[in-house]
Design a binder for this molecule. Structure first.
Ligand SMILES: Cc1ncc(COP(=O)(O)O)c(C=O)c1O
Length: 470
């Protein structure tokens, strides 16, 4: 009997573990140690669509590579977005080891040198008015703190967010998130959330009068005015999973609207911060400044969980409220990892490198789009690229089976990435990747695309759509 079970609303954040292609993949994992570990994992952990039962079992990670229990290596173009520096960067390891030896924990009410240095450095790279920091053990908690701060500052509890967005898995985060697969059966959720359509260039919900996306921002103003009592607008500057890259005009208009209506702009840069866009933080590529910035994931150098909310001095007014009363608030180990990560990005000039690599990837992917009709759209920023596979460039019907075929062929050949919305291949390499490795990875990807075109009988057609970038 076919045990594959898929419902389309699950195909949002990432690829899922209930498909036929996934079962075929699992049946090909023959290494007995791997099979045993996967079975024990399956027996002990709660099952979830995007993790357990797992894809494979790991025994090591170094640089851009993951290594499974059979000794097979994958270039990691997914990394849950902690992998800006790849894995096991010697500088981060050394800093963290030294910190563990000296001061492994700092109970609340005490401060410590490394936490202060890390917060100071973060405010320096944020620039502008972002000069107040609060650490948290994970991104979701940073979002929770931001939502509370916005309520406190504005006196308004209502929030506008985007459909299809993800801001973490806790109840407050899924309340503002836009993906049904996280909210289903979880209500009642936090009251007062209004969702608006995201600025999507390729298949947006709102017809564009002029090919632009500023009308999506105008819709924010419409909702703020109609609904009243809105305290905050929360969004990723660039949607990480299916790589939606709004225009500069969109973000500047959003900033203008928030200012006009005294609505706080909360930017969630948890997956894309720390250099992925070619800037420290993605909003810097748009010349705007949020009122509250949430970061996490790669902040800990792929080693330690740590996140932060960074805001402005003028919002430092909740002195008698605990916004983030987290046990690991001024974690010396987390802060050592974060400071070391910033140092590596500076020393290895990873922001400049990311901007250069970005051009290379963009050109290479556009050339593939010319050749392969299954590629409907190519979009990205820095070292974050989305390749949308479609059955037909006119209808834009999502090529879901084709995307899965590309994923599993690439995994077979040692390249790991995620598939979002069922048909968007997301390529998110470590920023430390060298050009040769990048070329190799893109060659594996191209071969899989070529094979899928053969297998599904796509024939070359003229290019109908332009790609979108910032
Ligand atoms: C955009 C975004 N916000 C928030 C989070 C939550 O971060 P964490 O898993 O560290 O709680 C994630 C995690 O995937 C994310 O992608």
């Amino acid at each position: 009997m076919d045990k594959a079970l898929v419902t389309d609303h699950l195909r949002s954040e990432g690829d899922i573990n209930t498909t036929r292609a996934r079962q075929d993949w699992a049946s090909r994992l023959k290494h007995s140690g791997t099979q045993t570990l996967l079975q024990r994992d399956c027996d002990v952990f709660l099952h979830q669509a995007m993790s357990t039962p797992c894809l494979d079992a790991l025994q090591a990670a170094q640089g851009i590579y993951l290594e499974d229990t059979a000794g097979k290596r994958y270039m990691d173009f997914h990394g849950n977005n902690v992998h800006q520096l790849g894995y096991g960067h010697p500088h981060v390891i050394k800093r963290v080891q030294d910190q563990i030896a000296q001061l492994p924990f700092s109970p609340r009410r005490f401060t410590n040198q490394i936490a202060v240095e890390c917060a100071e450095k973060l405010t320096e790279i944020c620039g502008g008015e972002l000069n107040r920091v609060l650490f948290a053990p994970g991104g979701t908690s940073a979002i929770g703190m931001a939502l509370k701060l916005a309520r406190h500052v504005t006196g308004n509890y209502k929030v506008v967010s985007l459909w299809d967005s993800f801001h973490g898995a806790s109840l407050d985060s899924i309340s503002v998130g836009g993906e049904a697969c996280f909210r289903q059966g979880m209500g009642p959720l936090m009251a007062g959330v209004e969702r608006i359509p995201p600025a999507v260039s390729y298949r947006g919900a709102l017809p564009s009068p002029d090919g632009g996306d500023v009308h999506y921002a105008d819709y924010l103003e419409y909702v703020i005015e109609k609904e009243g009592g809105i305290g905050a607008f929360i969004a990723e500057t660039v949607r990480n999973t299916d790589v939606q890259v709004p225009s500069k005009a969109y973000w500047q208009r959003v900033r203008e609207i928030c200012d006009k209506h005294s609505v706080l702009l909360i930017i969630d840069d948890i997956p894309n911060g720390m250099g992925r866009s070619g800037e420290w933080f993605t909003h810097q590529a748009y010349d705007i400044e949020p009122d509250i910035l949430c970061i996490g994931k790669g902040l800990g150098g792929g080693l330690v969980p740590i996140a932060a909310m960074i805001t402005k001095d003028k919002y430092n007014t909740a002195t008698q409220i605990s916004m983030g009363h987290y046990t690991h608030e001024k974690s010396p180990i987390g802060c050592a990892a974060a400071l070391a990560t910033i140092e590596v990005i500076e020393q290895e000039k990873l922001l400049e490198k990311t901007r250069n690599d970005s051009e290379f990837i963009h050109t290479t992917l556009l050339a593939m789009k010319e050749k392969y009709p299954v590629i409907g759209d190519v979009r990205g920023i820095g070292l974050l690229w989305g390749i949308e596979l479609v059955k037909d460039r006119m209808t834009k019907q999502r090529a879901i089976d084709e995307a899965e075929a590309v994923l599993y062929q690439c995994l077979n050949h040692g390249l790991s990435f995620k598939v979002s919305q069922g048909n968007v291949i997301q390529l998110s390499p470590p920023l430390i990747i060298n050009r040769q490795q990048l070329i190799h990875a893109l060659a594996i990807f191209e071969q899989a695309i070529a094979d899928v075109c053969d297998q599904y009988h796509y024939c070359n057609k003229e290019n109908e759509h332009d790609s979108a970038t910032l």
